[in-house]
Structure formats: C-alpha cells, structure tokens
Design a protein around this ligand. Structure first.
Ligand code: ZN
Length: 314
C-alpha cells in the first residue's frame, strides 16, 4: 500500500455499545487531530445526527475528509448489494435492532468514501498497521468487554464470508461446578453469555473491575477464555491472538496476572497437541498478547478502514 493513502486525513467512528468515539486524523497518538465521545443511548437516528454535525464542524477546521471509516458493534450487514448494507442487525441492545449506521453518513457526505466493518475486524486492521500484528498476515483479534467478539486476517485479508465471524457465540464445554445459566438472549451459555462484562456482573453481583483478585469468577472467566482460544487456534491456525476489551484488564487482579493465567490454562488445555515453538512455555508470551494500541485499537481501526476505502475508491 502506498504511503500517500496512509497519510490521508480521514474521519473514523468506533461504534461501541456504550459510546461512539469519533476522530479525525491519519493514525494513532499524534496522528489524531480531533476526537469526541457520544453515549450510544437508545436512539440511533438522534445519535447519528450528532455524529454527522460533528464531522461537518471538523471539515470546516481541518478541510475535506477523504473518507470515513466505521468499526461497529454488531452483528452488522456487510453485503454491499444488500438493502440493509451498513445496518446493525440482530443486536439485543434496546433501540438498535436494524439501526442504519451508514445511511446518514452517505446522505450527509455523498462524495466521501465510506469504510464499514465490525469493531473487531477494524481493531484487527489497526493492530496490523500500527500495533501487535505488524508483519503478520494470519492472526486473530478478540475483544472481551460488553460483548465478546473476534475478527482478524487470513493471508492478509480481513475475515469475511457469509457475514463475518461471531467467535463470541461459540459453545464451550461446561466447567464442573458452573451452573450459571448464561446471559446471551440467543444461546444462553455461549462464550459471551458466560464471560462478557454483563455476564460476569450477573454471575457475581458486581462489575468485573471490582472483583477481588482471589474471587473464583476470575478462574472461571480465564478457563473459558482459554478453551475458546484453543478452539480458535485449532480452527484458524493464527500466528498470534490479540486479546483486547475491558475485561482483559482484569480490574484488581491486573492485566499481567490475567494474561499469565490465560496462557498457562491455554497450554494445559491444548495439552501439547499442536507442536509449534509459538505455543511453548516461552513462545506463548508472544502468541497470546494484549493490543499494542490499547483502548485506541478500535478508533485506529476505523481510521485504517477509512484509508482502505479511500484507496479502493481512488
Ligand atoms: Zn450467544
């Protein structure tokens, strides 16, 4: 890819279940010229109106945007031929089922290229360009937060297909003694239903960040995550798995302890079956990693999606 496109000033939206983060820029850190947060709330039309006004104001200050990228919570419709392309589809989030994200942007900025993908594919693209997946063409990006999702690349292309991956909704073996009924409105005890932030709060009566380090829920969350990462490794054979999202910071337990225990549990469950140096006792520290871009992975991903859209249109 040419450097020209990567230095193009674009707009970016990380559309999350809690807030929409909007930015104008060319990349991470000093590459961001402006940013703003808007609470997601329960009225998509009103929120997208505010987002459009913000970008119009930014254009007056920073000049025309070459493209706008959206990395959205989902599920989303990514089929460019579909009448509902750019919509959020079956989310249980109140007010957001069949919400049109791309339409208001298309109408407000008819000449601007638009990029649209899942939040996790966006974050994966951001980590590929600027972060923990630089130089890797086969990797997975997971978020464990309000929901659980996974995206990534195979042979340097973002994972798409029928729709997009929904790794958070995989079924997992029940841990002995865990009779929690789950929190996913579609599947009950899928990974997201067992271990998302809201699922942890439902199981323990308190938010994950408040759990004491010795609380048994940490072991439960880590074991399930390890099972899921083993499944992902067996199915997709990634060269690295980046684990982002708020739960991975592990509150009072701490991110370092969370990753150390996750890597150990992964090796125990894998039981030496895949013989790769990346999965060895020392190699695993570079196989299961936190995002380099930290909490900015999503919004940086949206910048990268916009630059891709601009490149494709040019
Ligand atoms: Zn589910």
């Amino acid at each position: 890819m040419s450097g020209t496109f990567q230095n193009t000033t674009v707009g970016a939206i990380e559309a999350g279940g809690t807030k929409f983060i909007c930015s104008v820029g060319i990349g991470p850190d000093a590459g961001m010229l402006a940013r703003a947060h808007f609470p997601t709330g329960d009225d998509p039309v009103r929120l997208m109106g505010k987002v459009v006004e913000w970008f119009k104001a930014q254009q007056k200050m920073h000049g025309p945007l070459a493209a706008i990228g959206v990395a959205s919570f989902g599920p989303v419709d990514l089929d460019a031929q579909s009448r509902t392309h750019g919509f959020i589809t079956t989310t249980p989030k109140p007010g957001w089922r069949n919400a049109d994200i791309l339409g208001p942007l298309r109408r407000a900025f008819p000449r601007v290229a638009l990029g649209f993908d899942t939040d996790v594919n966006g974050a994966a693209l951001g980590e590929h360009r600027w972060g923990a997946a630089r130089g890797l063409d086969d990797f997975v990006y997971i978020t464990v937060g309000t929901g659980i999702g996974g995206g990534g690349m195979a042979r340097g292309r973002l994972l798409h297909g029928l729709v997009h991956p929904e790794m958070g909704h995989m079924g997992l073996p029940r841990l002995s003694g865990d009779d929690f009924e789950g929190a996913c409105p579609f599947h009950g005890r899928c990974w997201e239903g067992l271990c998302s932030g809201p699922a942890i709060a439902k199981r323990t009566g308190m938010p994950a960040e408040d759990l004491p380090p010795e609380h048994p829920a940490w072991e439960t969350v880590i074991r399930y995550a390890a099972h899921a990462l083993v499944n992902i490794t067996c199915v997709l054979s990634p060269r690295r798995i980046i684990v982002g999202g708020s739960v991975r910071k592990a509150g009072r337990l701490g991110e370092e302890a969370f990753f150390a225990r996750l890597r150990a549990a992964f090796r125990e469950i894998m039981a030496g079956y895949i013989a790769s140096p990346s999965l060895s006792e020392t190699g695993i520290a570079d196989f299961i990693v936190p995002p380099d871009l930290g909490d900015d992975a999503g919004v940086c991903g949206a910048i990268a999606l916009a630059q891709e859209a601009h490149r494709e249109k040019s």
